[in-house]
Write a protein that binds this ligand. Structure first.
Ligand SMILES: Nc1ncnc2c1ncn2[C@@H]1O[C@H](COP(=O)(O)OP(=O)(O)OP(=O)(O)O)[C@@H](O)[C@H]1O
Length: 369
């Protein structure tokens, strides 16, 4: 475990009394001062992980370490952790000041110190002057900030945020994404953020854990996960993807759509069945003659920054293209792509093997043309 590690999950699992297994053998490390996101569909176990870190629920197997100590049985109020909940869980009958002061009063902190700390926390989230306002007079974004101030006033080492932006409209949500990221960087403490929104996760995080059905499918930086998804689930969950079945002929040569293409992948078995991912923005529109794939344009939607073009190949497989150029529905066109745009995914590959394989690419050089 590195010096900078603050939290470690070692083979953690959670089984409820009714037999439901919610988490299975979860392993990860969280470093001090970084922004982490747990990303996955509803019910995959994200909140359960947060609740375990906060001390609201205990694992049924494995150990949770905090600063090197096992904390499985440490009560919530003895942990250096605070949570910002989805519905903020503010006290509606108390004003802003008293909401933020609540934790300090419980700790029996002196009055002057409480006033100073609350003031500082409210300044931090740009709410100075709102002390006497009632919670019911605050907007969604302001309530959000009160909830953050209330958590920060306790000076936690780790702040847990459970879908804190989901109640906000799109514009405010985007603003708060910037603000949260900025608060985290100014404070330099660890944030663990839960969301099922992939764009939010990509925009805010240093590290993302992509979860599915009680397991972590892949962990890495937003770039790693977007550019090199480990499997179909991750490729599909993180943005739109074209995923087709294929075969690895040999190192640097892959077959799909009945044709062979140069790629940068190596270290797989010759003739191994695989799946290929190509991101819509990595496909270029060209003429049928110049294209590596021949497709017929079906629909075209204007998305502001690009057109989203849906095409079909001869076998009826859909290809999505993001392009700043237009394509006429009904026309036959070609699609071109670079060898680097092809990402080869093995079936059932573990994260360890996957990481090792990709490291090999960097060391072993790439297909040279
Ligand atoms: N007390 C309980 N007894 C049995 N099953 C439970 C209990 N609490 C939660 N679960 C189940 O655990 C699974 C994971 O729940 P969890 O809240 O961690 O998921 P999540 O990924 O946070 O989902 P969401 O995004 O919807 O909040 C769900 O299938 C849920 O039904």
């Amino acid at each position: 475990m590195g010096d900078n590690t603050i939290i470690r999950f070692d083979g953690v699992s959670k089984r409820y009394e009714d037999g439901t297994v919610v988490l299975e053998n979860i392993e990860f490390e969280v470093e001090r001062g970084k922004f982490y996101t747990l990303l996955g569909p509803s019910g995959c176990g994200k909140t359960t992980i947060l609740r375990m870190i906060a001390g609201f629920t205990e694992p049924t197997g494995g150990s949770i370490y905090f600063n090197g100590q096992v904390i499985n049985k440490v009560p919530a109020n003895k942990r250096q952790v605070n949570t910002v909940f989805q519905d903020y869980a503010l006290f509606p009958h108390l004003n802003v000041f008293e909401n933020v002061a609540f934790g300090l009063r419980i700790k029996k902190m002196k009055k002057d110190a409480v006033t100073a700390k609350v003031k500082e926390a409210l300044q931090f989230v740009n709410l100075e002057g709102y002390e006497q306002r009632s919670i019911s007079e605050m907007s969604g974004g302001q309530k959000q900030r009160v909830a953050i101030a209330r958590a920060l006033v306790n000076e936690p080492e780790v702040l847990l945020l459970d879908e804190p932006l989901s109640a906000l409209d799109l514009k405010l949500r985007t603003e708060m994404q910037y603000e949260l990221r900025e608060i985290q960087q100014r404070l330099g403490i660890t944030f663990i953020f839960v969301t099922h929104d992939q764009e939010e996760a990509l925009a805010m995080s240093d590290e993302i854990f992509v979860m599915n059905k009680g397991k972590i499918e892949q962990s890495g930086t937003p770039n790693d996960i977007y550019d090199e998804p480990i499997n179909r689930f991750v490729a599909d969950f993180i943005g739109e993807s074209n995923i087709v079945p294929g075969r690895m002929i040999e190192d640097f040569l892959v077959e799909f759509n009945g044709k062979r293409f140069h790629c940068v992948d190596q270290g797989l078995r010759d003739n191994e069945s695989i799946e290929v991912v190509i991101r819509p923005e990595d496909l270029e529109l060209t003429t049928v003659e110049k294209g590596k794939l021949k497709v017929r344009v079906d629909t075209q939607l204007f998305r502001g920054v690009h057109y989203e073009i849906s095409c079909y190949d001869d076998s009826g497989h859909e290809w999505l293209v993001h392009s700043t150029r237009k394509a006429d529905p009904g026309s036959e066109i070609g699609l071109d792509f670079e060898p680097e745009a092809i990402h080869v995914m093995r079936f059932g590959e573990s994260e360890e093997d996957f990481d090792r394989r990709l490291e090999g690419y960097e060391e072993g050089g790439v297909y040279a043309g």
